[in-house]
Design a protein around this ligand. Structure first.
Ligand SMILES: Cc1cc2nc3c(=O)[nH]c(=O)nc-3n(C[C@H](O)[C@H](O)[C@H](O)COP(=O)(O)O)c2cc1C
Length: 240
């Protein structure tokens, strides 16, 4: 396809003004996530509204991105579950810098997060784990996530082996949480709300974290305030 044949869609979203913006990143995230969730349920023009693109960097500084599901969301930041021994898990252990995005094209909206990845507490992981279907819990055991696989048959044999070891009795504790499995929460230093508008003149409203005394550099990874701490964030509009 040549560049001239690419279909052009004008983004007719209503955008986002400073007047409409909630006073804290948390409150604005909550609004937009709730609206996306509703669009996921009713009519489903936003399938998987909690699909979160997560970028990490490897030892050479090269980025890596993949999609996960946002399984945690509170004033500390959005979070997801994964194998801690996966590529993303090992990259975050070596370098906690992380960036992520929730993208809702049907709503002409996106939220971008930058910050550091912090492991989710084991008790929170265990609570989430108990809510997973039995088969998903078995798969977590069966998968050495991100490692080479010899083939589909081997994966299914490994699944069957763990299924036999931890049979489904319909209980939350039928399958223990693997030590190598857990989650990360993004402690944010920056949260951007993007609203697509006509003629590509989009809105970008960005909350940047400042230190307790105000004014400290936002990229300092030690500055990771709660998302609902109004005094800890400054607002900047960026050009589209
Ligand atoms: C919609 C969607 C949801 C996904 N959810 C998760 C998830 O919650 N956790 C996870 O580890 N991988 C999830 N994956 C798989 C990841 O994209 C990725 O393949 C996997 O985590 C391995 O990534 P890594 O090798 O970079 O660590 C999901 C993929 C898609 C497309």
């Amino acid at each position: 396809m040549t560049s001239t044949s690419v279909e052009r869609v004008d983004y007719t979203g209503e955008g986002l003004s400073e007047d409409e913006l909630a006073p804290t990143p948390w409150q604005q995230i909550r609004r937009w996530v709730d609206e996306a969730d509703a669009r996921g349920r009713n009519g489903a023009d936003v399938p998987e509204p909690r699909a979160l693109s997560v970028a990490t960097v490897d030892a050479s500084g090269a980025p890596n991105v993949r999609t996960v599901l946002m399984r945690f969301l509170d004033e500390r930041g959005p979070g997801f579950v994964t194998s801690l021994d996966s590529t993303k898990g090992l990259e975050l252990a070596a370098n906690p810098h992380i960036a992520a995005a929730l993208t809702w094209p049907a709503m002409f909206r996106a939220i971008r997060f930058r910050g550091t990845g912090e492991q989710v507490d084991r008790d929170e992981v265990a609570t989430y784990w108990a809510s997973r279907p039995w088969g998903s819990r078995i798969s977590a055991w069966a998968s050495s996530q991100s490692q080479p696989a010899t083939g589909r048959a081997q994966l299914e044999a490994d699944f069957d082996r763990y299924a036999a070891q931890f049979p489904d009795h319909g209980n939350d504790d039928d399958v223990p949480v693997p030590q190598f499995w857990g989650g990360f929460r993004i402690r944010c230093s920056e949260v951007e709300f993007w609203g697509g508008r006509r003629n590509r003149l989009h809105d970008r409203l960005v909350f940047t974290a400042v230190g307790a005394g105000g004014g400290a550099a936002a990229q300092d990874i030690d500055i990771r305030p709660g998302l609902d701490e109004a005094a800890a964030w400054v607002l900047v509009r960026r050009q589209p």
